[in-house]
Design a protein around this ligand. Structure first.
Ligand code: C2O
Ligand code: CU
Length: 565
C-alpha cells in the first residue's frame, strides 16, 4: 500500500502562501467595504490557522462593487441527491480532409463555447456557466490512437466576461477583448498550430479548426481554455472537457469497460447564496487577482456531491482534477480495494494498491475499484474531510468478466545517459514589502521575454526544477510526455543567496503510482524535482507552465521552442 505522502506534498492548501495572504471572497470584500464583521463560514475557513489574521485588513474602496450575497454554505445543501451525470460522447458531423492532405478523411467535429445555465444541485437555481457544447464538462471525445480528428472550436461566448478580470495582468490589459478564447488539448501531441497557444485566441463569432493526429498511447487527456490572462476565469466558468484515447494494447487487457468505466471530473467552486459562480477577489479593486482559489463546493462531472448506482463488481474510474488550485487527496473507506493502473499519459507497468491518491490540478489517475464484497453498501469517495461522491452498491450479484491484470505492460525507464542536456530551472515567488505574494515566475523570467528553452526535436533532456517557493507547483509541458526521475530537498536560502545547490536529504524516488508517463509533475516546496523528457512530435512554439491557474495567468508560464532536428 502506498502510505507515504509527505505533508509538504499536501499543498498549497496548507502552505504558507495562505498565511501570507488576506484572501477575500467577493462576498467578504463587500462585507468589509460595508464595514461589517465577517463571520461567514467560508471566510473563516480560508482564514483558518492564520495567526493574528483579522478580517477587514485593507478595506477595499466603496466602488469595489461585489455581489451582496455571502457565499453559499455547503452544509445547507442536501448530500447525494443528484445522480452523477456522465458526459455525452461527442459525435462527428462528417469526415473531412486534413488541410494540406487530400487523404485520408478524418472525423470532423464542431464544438461551440457559449454561455449556458445548469443546475449544479437539485435544490439550487440554474447557474450561469461557460460551456463547450452545452454541458460542463463538455462532450467527451472517444478516439483511437493513430486515428486523427479535426475539431472546429467555435467561439460563441458573450463579448463581456462575468468574472473579475485583472487588467494589470499581462495579456489582460484594458481593451483586450473579454470574450477571447483558445482551446488546448492537455496531454495531446499536437502540431504547434493546433496546440492552442495562449495568444492565439479567437473572438466571439470566430472559430478555428485544429488537427489532433492522436499519434500517442491510450490515455485520458482533457481540453480546456488557455486564453492569456483570463485562463483561470474561463476554466472556472466551465470551459473544459475530456478526450480519451484508446489503443489495442489497452483493449487486450480486459479492464472494466463500457458502462463500468466512469469518468470523474472533480473541481471546486464557490457559489453566491443565489447559486451563481463566485470567484474570489483581492482587497484591491484595481488588482483583483488572487494567488489561489479554494472553493467550498466540490463538483463531480458538474454536480455537487452526486451519487452513482453501481453493481458489486470492478469499475474503472478515470479521474481528472480540473480545479484551478486545489489538490485533491482521494480515498474511500478502508476495506474497499482501489488500485491505480494509470497516470496522466497512460498505464503504469503494474497496478499499485493505493490508500490515497494525491492529484494536483490537471493530473489524472486511472483507478480500478472493486465493489464485489460490498453488496448493498454506500461508499463515499472523499478528499480528506470533503465528501465528493457516493457509490450505492446494489444487492444483486453481478457478473464480472473484467480483469485486473498483475502486469499492464512493459514500461522502460529512460536512462539518464540518454539526455543530451540538463537545464536547471527555478520556480520563484516575488513578494511585496509586506510579504504578500505578487506573483510567481519560472526561472525569474516573464512571459514576454525571449525564449530560453529550445530543445531539439528528437533529443532527450533532463529538466531540474528548483522550487524556491513554499508551495507545491504542478508543472506541465505541452506537446511531450516525460518520466519523473527523483525529488530532493535542498537549502533554498543558500541557493538564493549564494547561488549554490546544497541538498538537505537523500534523493527520493517517485511514488509507485507516479512511475508511468506524466505530463504534469508536482514540484514540492523547497525541493529539486528532476524529469527526463524526450522532445518528440513536432518542431515549433509551445508553452510550459504551472497548472495552478492563478499562477499561470500571472506570469508562471513560459513559451518554449522545439527546434527542427
Ligand atoms: Cu492543461 Cu497549458 O495546460
Ligand atoms: Cu504554481
Amino acid at each position: 500500500m502506498l502510505s507515504f505522502f509527505a505533508a509538504h506534498d499536501l499543498n498549497v492548501t496548507t502552505s504558507s502562501t495562505r498565511r501570507r495572504f488576506l484572501r477575500l471572497s467577493a462576498a467578504a470584500a463587500a462585507a468589509a467595504a460595508a464595514g461589517g464583521t465577517i463571520a461567514h463560514r467560508s471566510f473563516a475557513h480560508t482564514m483558518a490557522g492564520v495567526p493574528g489574521a483579522k478580517a477587514g485588513g485593507p478595506v477595499p474602496a466603496p466602488e469595489a462593487r461585489a455581489p451582496a450575497f455571502p457565499n453559499l454554505d455547503p452544509n445547507t445543501l442536501a448530500r447525494f441527491v443528484d445522480p452523477l451525470p456522465l458526459p455525452a460522447v461527442a459525435q462527428a458531423a462528417e469526415r473531412r480532409a486534413i488541410p494540406g492532405k487530400p487523404a485520408p478523411r478524418v472525423p470532423y467535429y464542431r464544438v461551440a463555447a457559449r454561455a449556458i445555465t445548469s443546475k449544479l444541485h437539485r435544490d439550487l437555481p440554474p447557474t450561469t456557466l461557460w460551456s463547450y457544447g452545452g454541458t460542463v464538462p463538455g462532450p467527451m471525445f472517444e478516439t483511437q490512437s493513430g486515428e486523427g480528428l479535426l475539431i472546429e472550436w467555435a467561439n460563441e461566448l458573450p463579448s463581456r466576461h462575468f468574472l473579475p478580470i485583472d487588467h494589470t495582468l499581462h495579456g489582460a490589459e484594458e481593451g483586450v477583448p473579454e470574450g477571447r478564447s483558445v482551446v488546448h488539448l492537455h496531454g495531446g501531441k499536437a502540431p504547434p498550430e493546433s496546440d492552442g497557444y495562449p495568444e492565439d485566441w479567437t473572438l466571439p463569432g470566430q472559430s478555428r479548426t485544429y488537427h489532433y493526429p492522436n499519434e500517442q498511447a491510450a490515455a485520458l487527456l482533457w481540453y480546456h481554455d488557455h486564453a492569456m490572462g483570463i485562463n483561470r476565469l474561463n476554466i472556472y466558468a466551465g470551459l473544459f472537457g475530456l478526450h480519451v484515447i484508446r489503443d489495442g494494447h489497452e483493449r487486450a487487457l480486459r479492464l472494466p469497460a463500457g458502462k463500468y468505466e466512469i469518468p470523474l471530473v472533480i473541481c471546486d467552486r464557490d457559489l453566491s447564496a443565489d447559486g451563481q459562480l463566485s470567484y474570489p477577489v483581492s482587497a484591491d479593486p484595481a488588482r483583483p487577482w488572487v494567488p489561489e482559489v479554494f472553493g467550498e463546493l466540490h463538483l463531480v462531472n458538474g454536480k455537487i456531491r452526486p451519487f452513482l448506482d453501481v453493481e458489486p463488481r470492478k469499475y474503472r474510474l478515470r479521474v481528472l482534477n480540473a480545479a484551478n488550485g486545489r489538490f485533491y487527496r482521494l480515498s474511500v473507506p478502508p476495506g474497499v480495494m482501489v488500485h491505480q493502473i494509470g497516470t496522466d499519459q497512460g498505464l503504469l507497468p503494474a497496478p499499485v494498491a493505493v490508500a490515497h491518491v494525491l492529484l494536483a490540478p490537471a493530473e489524472r489517475a486511472d483507478l480500478v475499484i472493486d465493489f464485489t464484497p460490498h453488496k448493498g453498501s454506500r461508499i463515499v469517495l472523499s478528499s480528506d474531510s470533503f465528501e465528493l461522491l457516493q457509490f450505492r452498491v446494489s444487492e444483486a450479484a453481478a457478473a464480472d468478466p473484467s480483469e485486473l491484470p498483475s502486469s499492464l505492460g512493459a514500461l522502460a525507464r529512460i536512462e539518464e545517459s540518454a539526455a543530451v542536456q540538463t537545464r536547471r530551472l527555478t520556480l520563484d515567488e516575488s513578494q511585496s514589502p509586506v510579504a504578500e505574494s505578487t506573483g510567481m515566475l519560472l526561472n525569474k523570467t516573464r512571459w514576454h521575454m525571449p525564449v530560453t528553452e529550445s530543445p531539439r526535436l528528437g533529443s532527450t533532456e533532463i529538466w531540474e526544477l528548483v522550487n524556491l517557493t513554499d508551495d507545491t507547483h504542478p508543472i506541465h509541458l505541452h506537446l511531450v510526455r516525460f518520466q519523473i526521475l527523483d525529488r530532493r530537498r535542498f537549502d533554498a536560502f543558500q541557493y538564493m543567496t549564494a547561488g549554490t545547490l546544497r541538498y538537505l536529504g537523500p534523493m527520493m524516488a517517485p511514488d509507485a503510482n507516479e512511475m508511468g508517463w506524466k505530463d504534469t509533475v508536482r514540484v514540492n516546496a523547497k525541493t529539486v524535482t528532476r524529469i527526463i523528457v524526450p522532445f518528440v512530435g513536432y518542431a515549433g512554439r509551445y508553452v510550459w507552465h504551472c497548472h495552478v491557474l492563478e499562477h499561470e495567468d500571472n506570469e508562471m508560464m513560459r513559451p518554449y521552442d522545439v527546434l527542427p532536428a
